[in-house]
Write a protein that binds this ligand. Sequence first.
Ligand code: ZN
Length: 244
Amino acid sequence: MVNAAGKFGPYNQPVPARSVPVGGAWDTRVLAGRGPTGAELVKSRIALRVRLRSVAPGDRLPDAGVLAEELGISEITVRRALEAMCQDGLLDRRRGRAGGTFVAADWDAVVAVLHDADEAAALDSFHLLLECGLVAHSTGEVPDGRLDGLRALVEELDLVEDPARLLELETRFHLDLAEALGGAGIREFAADLLGRQCLLGPAPDPAVVRARNRCHADLLDELTRGAMDPAVHAVKAHRRAGLN
Ligand SMILES: [Zn+2]
């Protein structure tokens, strides 16, 4: 599932050499065995695509067969998942020549109704645990150049004004961090968590994203220095920046 799922979304590029996990290979099969159902996967990956702006409210989605192949699940599972999302109001089905399945024009408003603060907090805690673990495991072993792409994201985040672009880059930072430290399989695992979070809680406002970006910069500095305690501290401070 992990490899097939990786074909979906703009965060997926061919696995580059830099994604070899820091400190040795992770066997993510154990994670895949407890992973989301097909329907949850479809829903969370579409939500992640909206957050990463590879698809916008009102846009037509690829056909179910294409999605099935990209996600590595059956077409019937995708069709059922899309149908359920139509019933939730997240998607619109249109018939006729220009028909297909579209992201609902009022996606944000529908998502707000689906928010579940308890589940969002649980996912956020788990994501924190994942990042603390990855950072603690990797500090002192990160190869030269591995963090260059993340530094570029931090610099861009500091300059961006558009709130949607800020959120896109914030999400991309955490996907790329998971890949830089844990490899492609851990990136997919993080994508599952982040996609679900997009549906369960409100997106942070721009001031929070900017405050968190200071923590991104601190984290990269400490990882480069090989300082484990301060690096883990930066991951925790990132979360608190959202709670103040
Ligand atoms: Zn962040």
